[in-house]
Design a binder for this molecule. Structure first.
Ligand SMILES: Nc1nc2c(ncn2[C@@H]2O[C@H](COP(=O)(O)OP(=O)(O)O)[C@@H](O)[C@H]2O)c(=O)[nH]1
Ligand SMILES: [Mg+2]
Length: 332
């Protein structure tokens, strides 16, 4: 019987795929929007592998240079000073990795979904807006404050970008034990959100100041009540009841997600595993200082090369492979 991921694993073991290409294949199978598909195709097509190999080749050349300095320092045909141009090349390579790491984790966010949290005081109309955005009844709406307690999630496809909408328990002072737990979950979700929509109704303002740090947009709700104030900092005013402004909000979310994820140009890294490998390699290079013992520099280079090699699966423990391939379904 074929195990989950058996065929992908065999392709990997036979050198037909590297580890990142196999991950790209898994992502392609899981992709539910066009931007996720494009990113998966880039990974499956060897984009990260090629970059890792290019970095690794530079490291291997530097390693050869450093090791020549160790082994043959007393022979005439090896350049006398190993450090000629060496430190500059190490720095240049480190900068290239640093630039790749400074991508705001957009590959991971696209892979997992851009998370938009609806927050605000009870009765602001969060659950009503959730239903309007999702175009179906996912959350219970009532005039009783504290109706929503658990986090409720809906996945949307906004112009190819996966967006996870999260409805939350309204934040207020009062509340029973269950509602307090709901509010704790709201705060936790807000602090990890990619975008927070703070909803306030004309009659329900709430206190935005006790919200954890996150990118926040102020939205006015229940615009059909006709009680809108003019001195407001709200970006948008809408009504879940009449639907007025709901499409504008969808456009706003799509725009924010596009700015953050730049889906037209797939990210190099799309998993934490990639990021950790590149970061470790970069840190090893960063520890190399000019005129340090060349043996120490050579060891740091070896560590950097090893991190990249493990990212593409040239070296690495069996359990990492098990973790990656077990996520495929049987027969893939
Ligand atoms: N007039 C009006 N009432 C609304 C609107 N959205 C929600 N409500 C009402 O406000 C109350 C609270 O709504 P709900 O969505 O449960 O708010 P939540 O506590 O923030 O989730 C309910 O009675 C809704 O019918 C709206 O756009 N216009
Ligand atoms: Mg609610």
């Amino acid at each position: 019987m074929a195990e989950p991921g058996e065929f992908a694993r065999r392709a990997f073991l036979n050198g037909k795929l590297d580890l990142t290409e196999a991950e790209g294949l898994a992502d392609l199978i899981d992709a539910s929007t066009s931007a996720q598909r494009d990113q998966a195709l880039a990974l499956a097509g060897g984009r990260l592998r090629d970059q890792a190999q290019a970095w690794r080749n530079v490291i291997l050349a530097l390693q050869a240079q450093a090791e020549a300095g160790i082994d043959f320092s007393d022979e005439g045909d090896v350049p006398g000073n190993v450090w000629d141009g060496f430190a500059a090349e190490v720095r240049c390579l480190g900068d290239s990795m640093q630039a790749a790491l400074a991508d705001g984790r957009r590959g991971e966010i696209l892979r997992n979904g851009f998370t938009v949290v609806l927050a605000g005081p009870p009765n602001a109309g969060k659950s009503s807006l959730m239903n309007a955005l999702a175009r179906r009844d996912v959350a219970i709406v009532s005039s009783i404050p504290g109706t929503t307690r658990d986090l409720i999630e809906v996945a949307l496809d906004l112009e190819g970008i996966p967006v996870i909408l999260v409805d939350t328990a309204g934040l207020r002072e009062a509340g029973d034990e269950i509602e307090l737990e709901g509010m704790r979950r709201t705060r936790a979700r807000v602090s990890s959100a990619d975008l927070v929509l703070w909803l306030e109704a004309p009659d329900q303002k709430g206190d935005i100041s006790d919200l954890p740090d996150a990118p926040i947009v102020l939205i006015g709700t229940k615009s059909d009540l006709g009680l809108i104030e003019s001195d407001t900092e709200q970006t948008l005013c809408l009504s879940a009841r009449t639907g007025q402004g709901v499409d504008d909000l969808l456009a706003l979310i799509a725009e924010r997600a596009r700015l953050a994820l730049r889906p037209e140009e797939p990210a190099l890294m799309s998993r934490e595993r990639h990021r950790i490998s590149v970061r470790d390699a970069c840190e090893a290079l960063g520890r190399i200082e000019e005129h340090m013992p060349v043996e120490v520099a050579a060891e740091e280079l070896r560590l950097a090369a090893r991190s990249l090699a493990s990212m593409i699966g040239l070296v690495g423990p069996e359990d990492v492979l098990g973790e990656i391939f077990s996520r495929f379904c049987i027969g893939k």
